[in-house]
Write a protein that binds this ligand. Structure first.
Ligand SMILES: [Zn+2]
Ligand SMILES: [Zn+2]
Length: 423
């Protein structure tokens, strides 16, 4: 027999209290399961029995006081897990299990007898490991303790397996060239997605979204159950997203297929862009993670905008007047009370955001094009219009003339740069 294992006289004396409980070799060995290397619990159990002057007889699992035959069921469990994994495409897997409370209680009772249970291996961990090994013999895939593609929860109480398929995460940046498309799928306000008169049965406020445009091809490939786009902030529905694009992670939930169909991400990116008909474009598609979603969500990148504005009266604002107004905004911290237009869905509070840069040119008797760089979360439209005094200062207030936003574009997201100041 391979492996090493030692046991003291004192411990044998303690073990004598356990032996009469009629344990199978696996259950006996598991009581000192964390000791010695290269041994299976059943082998360890045999060594323990043989260490006694009068070795007790071997107990079959079906007669075992602790496991009541569970140790004999591993091949059956492995088969169940392998079958449950059947429909899915995966490279890595993990097995977890549930056992009866009564069994856990008996296990605890034994643990209390020997070294306070410090060297006792949990029965659950033996099941996970040994069934895992048998499954490996069937599927030849890799066990992963972190982020496995697929997880089986084996309920040994009722002989059922619940499969959890982990999502696929893909990172890229998107540009949006067409106005009027929301970033994510927007459920109908009236029916909450069920379909009603207002949404003509679609369940949505808008016919499509950046999310749906990008996800369509990926859903077709992976046969996922659902998708979610996690973006680094979001632009207004009527704003375009240009320049270097906006980072996002697409989450594809419960995919039936993954590596088999996601082998050539470059070709997939091309296919997505082709199907997006020039409305949306993605770049830099690669695999991502749940961790990166959090990073993207927490990232407070400054953004640059281009805004076409119209003054309430023609001929009142020339370049010199406009430049003077910019001085009153450049580097200034704005007090921005939640804008009127979003007040119905956001808490009413005052945000402080800094205008990092602002410049622009008069483009007609009553129009100008303005470039602005601001902190994450700055309300650009309100910085122009003043929002009835809810944003202070504002261009409209400094010019003393009404200003309207004709068009707004995000032209750069500074996520790769170190940002400064209060964010
Ligand atoms: Zn047993
Ligand atoms: Zn509806």
């Amino acid at each position: 027999m391979k492996g090493s294992f030692t046991i003291s006289k004192e411990e044998l004396a303690l073990l004598e209290q356990i032996i009469p409980k009629e344990l199978c070799d696996s259950c006996l060995g598991r009581q000192l399961g964390k000791r010695g290397h290269g041994l299976m619990n059943a082998e360890r159990g045999i060594l323990i029995r043989q260490a006694f002057e009068e070795p007790p007889e071997q107990v079959q699992p079906k007669d075992c006081w602790l496991c009541e035959g569970l140790m004999d069921e591993f091949p059956k469990f492995a088969d169940m897990v392998f079958k449950a994994f059947g429909p899915y495409d995966y490279d890595t897997y993990l097995i977890g299990c549930l056992v009866e409370d009564a069994l856990k209680k008996r296990e605890k009772e034994l643990g209390a007898l020997l070294n306070e249970g410090k060297e006792q291996e949990e029965l659950k961990s033996e099941i996970n490991r040994e069934v895992g090994k048998l499954v490996w013999g069937l599927n030849n895939k890799e066990v992963a303790f972190e982020n496995p593609d697929i997880l089986a929860v084996l309920d040994t109480r009722f002989d059922v397996v619940k499969v959890e398929v982990h999502a696929v995460y893909l990172y890229a940046r998107y540009r949006k060239f067409k106005r009027g498309i929301p970033q994510t799928k927007w459920p109908c306000r009236d029916c909450k997605g069920k379909g009603c008169k207002r949404c003509a049965g679609t369940g949505k406020m808008y016919p499509t979204s950046v999310e749906e445009i990008i996800a369509a091809h990926l859903m077709e490939l992976t046969k996922a159950s659902e998708h979610a786009l996690h973006g680094m902030g979001r632009e207004d529905i009527d704003a375009r997203m240009l320049g270097n694009g906006r980072p996002f992670v697409m989450e594809l939930k419960e995919p039936l297929l993954r590596k088999k169909v996601l082998g050539d991400l470059k070709a997939i990116q091309e296919a997505i862009n082709e199907k997006a008909h020039g409305e949306v474009e993605i770049e830099g598609l690669r695999f991502s993670s749940l961790k990166e979603i959090r990073e993207i969500k927490d990232h407070k990148a400054q953004k640059s905008y281009s805004v076409d504005i119209e003054f309430a009266e023609a001929g009142k604002v020339d370049q010199a007047i406009l430049d003077k107004a910019f001085e009153g905004l450049r580097g200034k911290v704005l007090d921005q009370r939640t804008p009127e237009r979003v007040a119905h869905r956001r808490a009413d509070l005052v945000r402080n955001r800094t205008v990092r840069a602002i410049d622009g040119t008069v483009s007609g008797p009553s129009t100008a094009r303005v470039s602005i760089t601001g902190d994450a979360g700055i309300y650009i439209k309100e910085l122009i219009t003043g929002d009835g005094g809810r944003t202070e200062p504002s261009l409209a207030c400094l010019l003393g003339i009404g200003c309207k936003v004709l068009a707004l574009d995000v032209v750069h997201i500074h996520d790769d740069e170190v940002t400064e100041g209060k964010i």
